[in-house]
Design a protein around this ligand. Structure first.
Ligand SMILES: Nc1ncnc2c1ncn2[C@@H]1O[C@H](COP(=O)(O)OP(=O)(O)OP(=O)(O)O)[C@@H](O)[C@H]1O
Ligand SMILES: [Mg+2]
Length: 517
């Protein structure tokens, strides 16, 4: 795409100040003209710096940070002599001025007075006296940013720049498979931002999307036609094993027994289901099924060499911790196989929508985790079957994004679900298997191994100040600290990481998501 625009057109007439001494590639000190420019400037505004006296040098696109108001005599930590004379404060002449820092984001390249492109590698440092303009033609900046997106794919747009509302920040869809994290205190608009991301991804890219709605309130309302209740989804063998591990309060030591048990139980589900459908006394039959399942577990444990007291304890645990009704809701009343779920997600995509799985009816968190783990695991099986089981070796990516809101429930500690999420985080990119995780917190919420693989981060005001440091450990957020975050209101986020064409954090305002009643 060629940009046919003159320098004058780009800069416009919004001259607000000039560069001072001591500029570097990371920070350019600037003095702001008195009057309206001085009063109206705000942190995070986008600015352009042009070194007119050196034609051919790039125009720096930067973001305004650290506004400081100054006066040569009213210095801090110095006695200025007015302290004893309150009336004098109105009488003295004040020589106020304003300095700011502009953090360079990109170089806008020029040739013969025309704008020809943009580069995020900033290497030119403007001389003192260079002119500073407030961005007026946001549309030109938007077009320039779009040229950085690879393969001329349609960019993902979740909102505009916080102040320059005509600057859309195009995000690079190529990096969806490198995973996305959304972090911020409650009410800052994480779930709404995720909704916008989902729509953009499902409509503009090759990915289908599966959303796990933890509360059943954040996504189901937006996509009623493509929502299914998790109670309709059958569990896989490992999911069954994990469920019983947790319910029976068993240690890792029992894993092998439970895995065999899960595999066997999975095979027998259709038979049990039929028996329950054809009986006159469902309650009685359910008790029989419960008894049979208990005996099976005990037999497997015995076959694998468990001691008699272990076998007895398994029987008692089944009796005390797993009611027959739970067996029914957990195993028998579910009509979709996890394989169906991937198909349903593709069908939903054909309508331009994600598949939402409403987890709110599951009684326990373990059950929710089991469902999430099972569906993610099924994605891996899909990849294996398509890529390794055929006669010839082919590369068939899954093109699937899994969205986990309230991620702290699924991405911390140990267990099947967390392992599944971690595997996607670590290896998903090869198969275009992406993750979007949203959470209020990072520490003790998102496992460090998962975090380390999240390459695009949206973050807002955080509930724990230490979490900013956690973000810093895996993303470059140079130039943003707690004071920047304190200035954000709901719907405003910084975006940092690979999808951001400038790679340095920029404040965005998320598109409006209208309530549905
Ligand atoms: N993009 C948006 N468009 C319109 N309203 C928004 C937007 N973002 C946030 N809001 C408003 O803020 C409220 C909270 O947003 P949201 O539920 O997304 O927050 P959250 O960060 O997910 O909070 P929690 O951590 O409690 O889940 C919404 O109910 C809505 O009123
Ligand atoms: Mg939310």
């Amino acid at each position: 795409m060629t940009i046919n625009i003159s320098i004058d057109e780009l800069l416009g007439d919004n001259l607000v100040g000039f560069a001072l001494s001591d500029a570097s590639v990371t920070s350019i000190p600037v003095s702001i003209f008195a009057g309206d420019p001085e009063i109206s400037i705000r942190e995070e505004e986008l600015m352009l710096i042009y070194d007119e006296e050196h034609p051919g040098t790039p125009i720096i696109l930067g973001v305004l940070r650290r506004i400081s108001r100054l006066e040569p005599y009213l210095r801090k930590r110095v006695k200025v002599g007015i302290e004893e004379y309150p009336d004098a404060i109105d009488k003295i002449e004040k020589l106020v001025y304003t300095n700011v820092h502009i953090m360079p984001l990109a170089e806008i390249l020029v040739e013969d007075n025309n704008v020809v492109g943009i580069s995020r590698n900033v290497t030119y440092v403007p001389f003192p006296g260079s002119k500073v303009y407030r961005v007026k033609r946001g549309d030109i900046i938007t077009r320039l940013l779009a040229t950085t997106i690879s393969n001329s794919q349609a960019p993902i747009v979740v909102g505009t720049h916080k102040y320059s509302v005509d600057v859309e920040i195009p995000l690079d869809p190529k990096y969806v498979q490198y995973h996305i994290g959304v972090f911020g205190a409650t009410g800052m608009g994480k779930s709404r931002l995720v909704k916008v991301l989902i729509d953009e991804i499902v409509q503009k890219t090759e990915y289908a999307v599966i959303v796990f709605d933890h509360t059943g309130m954040d996504y189901t309302v937006f996509y009623p036609d493509t929502t299914i209740c998790s109670l309709e989804i059958e569990l896989g063998p490992l999911g069954i094993a994990d469920f019983f591990m947790k319910k029976l309060r068993l240690s890792e030591y029992y894993t092998t027994y439970l895995e065999f048990f899960g595999a066997e139980l999975k095979k027998s589900i259709p038979k049990y289901r039929k028996r329950l459908e054809s009986t006159d006394s469902r309650e009685e039959e359910l008790k029989n099924v419960h008894r049979e399942i208990t005996t099976r577990l005990q037999t497997i444990a015995k076959t694998l060499g468990a001691r008699d007291d272990t076998v007895r304890s398994l029987g008692m645990r089944m009796q005390y911790f797993v009611e027959p009704e739970l067996i029914e809701s957990m195993l028998l009343g579910r009509k979709y196989s996890v394989e169906d779920i991937i198909e349903l997600a593709r069908k939903a995509k054909d309508q331009g929508k994600p598949l939402v799985i409403d987890l709110s009816f599951e009684e326990t968190l373990e059950m929710k985790r089991t469902i999430v783990g099972d569906i993610i695991e099924c994605g891996w099986r899909w990849i294996f079957e398509k890529n390794f089981l055929g006669k010839e070796r082919r590369y068939v990516p899954i093109n699937l994004v899994v969205v986990i809101d309230e991620a702290q429930n699924y991405t911390w500690g140990s267990g099947y679900c967390k392992e599944q999420v971690e595997r996607v985080a670590r290896e998903g990119r090869k198969w275009k298997y992406g993750l979007i995780l949203a959470s209020q917190r990072l520490a003790r919420s998102i496992d460090p191994d998962i975090r380390a693989n999240i390459n695009t981060v949206f973050f807002s005001k955080l509930s724990q100040t230490t979490d900013l440091r956690e973000i810093q450990d895996f993303t470059d957020i140079t130039g943003v600290d707690m004071s920047n975050l304190a200035q954000l209101v709901p719907r405003e986020f910084y975006v940092a990481g690979l999808m951001n064409p400038l790679r340095k954090p920029i404040a965005i305002r998320v598109k409006e998501v209208k309530e549905v009643i």
